[in-house]
Design a protein around this ligand. Structure first.
Ligand SMILES: Nc1ncnc2c1ncn2[C@@H]1O[C@H](COP(=O)(O)OP(=O)(O)OP(=O)(O)O)[C@@H](O)[C@H]1O
Ligand SMILES: [Mg+2]
Length: 230
C-alpha cells in the first residue's frame, strides 16, 4: 500500500514579513515532503519550525513564494481557484486544535453541513451524518448544540465532520492540542482506527511524541526544512 505518493512537495519556500525593512522570516526554506497514499504521517518539530505553515501550504490555504506541490496527480499551484476549492471540498478533510463547530447548529447539523455544501440531498446527508456520529461515539449528542459539548466531544464531532465527505487526505494540526492526556489518547485512537479502516491518508502535525506514536511514519521539521524521514 505504501508505495505511491499522494502528496509530493519540493523546494517549498514561504517568507513572511516585509522585504523593505528586511524583516523576512523564512517559515519554509526549501522543504521537501512526500506522503504515501494511505499512511498516517506525523510532522514533528519545535515550536516555530514551520510545521503549520507546511500543512497550510500543502492544502493551498496559504500561498508560497516558490516550490512544487502535487496532490493526487494535480499541480495545486497551477490549477484554478475554483478547482482548488473543489479539491478541498471533495478530497480534503481538516481537523484543527480548536475546531470551530458552528455554535448555532447541533452536532448532527455540523456533520451534515459539508455534505449539504457539496450538494448532497438532505435526507442522505443526514443519514450519513448520523452514521458518522455513531462511529465516533457521539450519537447520543446528535441534537445537542455544539456549544454544550466538552472539548473531547467537540473533537469527536470535528473528526466526523472531516471524514463525512470520505476525503482522500485529512490534514490535522495539533488535533488534540486542547485536550487532556486521556482525551487526547482516546481521540487519537479513534481517529487512527477510522483512518486505517477507510484507507484515508493523514498528515498530522504534532509536537507530542505520544501522539506521533500513532503514526506510521514521522518526519521532523526544523528551520523550515523537513529534516528526517524516520
Ligand atoms: N502569518 C504569519 N505572519 C508572520 N509570520 C508568521 C506567520 N505564520 C507563521 N509565521 C512565522 O513562521 C515561522 C513558522 O511558524 P509555524 O506556525 O509554521 O510554526 P509551527 O512549527 O507550527 O509552530 P508551533 O509548534 O508553535 O505551532 C515562525 O517563525 C512564525 O513566527
Ligand atoms: Mg503550529
Amino acid at each position: 500500500m505504501m508505495d505511491k505518493y499522494i502528496i509530493k512537495a519540493g523546494a517549498l519556500v514561504k517568507a513572511f514579513g516585509d522585504k523593505k525593512n528586511g524583516e523576512l522570516t523564512y517559515a519554509l526554506n526549501g522543504a521537501n515532503l512526500g506522503v504515501y497514499e494511505g499512511e498516517i504521517l506525523a510532522i514533528m518539530g519545535p515550536s516555530g519550525s514551520g510545521k503549520s505553515t507546511l500543512l497550510y501550504a500543502l492544502t493551498g490555504i496559504i500561498g508560497i513564494n516558490s516550490g512544487r506541490i502535487e496532490i493526487d496527480g494535480q499541480d495545486i499551484l497551477k490549477i484554478k481557484d475554483s478547482e482548488l476549492t473543489a479539491l478541498r471540498r471533495t478530497k480534503f478533510g481538516f481537523v484543527f486544535q480548536f475546531n470551530k463547530l458552528v455554535p448555532e447548529l447541533t452536532a448532527l447539523d455540523n456533520v451534515a453541513l459539508p455534505l449539504l455544501l457539496n450538494g448532497v440531498k438532505r435526507k442522505h446527508a443526514y443519514e450519513e451524518a448520523e452514521n458518522w456520529l455513531e462511529r465516533v461515539g457521539m450519537k447520543d449528542f446528535a441534537n445537542k448544540s455544539a456549544t454544550v459539548l466538552s472539548g473531547g466531544q467537540q473533537q469527536r464531532v470535528a473528526i466526523a465532520r472531516a471524514l463525512v465527505i470520505k476525503p482522500k487526505i485529512v490534514f490535522a494540526d495539533e488535533p488534540t492540542g486542547a485536550l487532556d492526556a486521556m482525551n487526547s489518547e482516546n481521540v487519537m485512537r479513534l481517529f487512527v482506527t477510522i483512518a486505517k479502516q477507510t484507507g484515508t491518508t493523514v498528515v498530522l502535525v504534532t509536537h507530542e511524541p505520544s501522539i506521533a506514536a500513532y503514526a506510521d511514519r514521522e518526519v521532523i521539521v526544523r528551520d523550515g526544512k523537513v529534516l528526517s524521514n524516520v
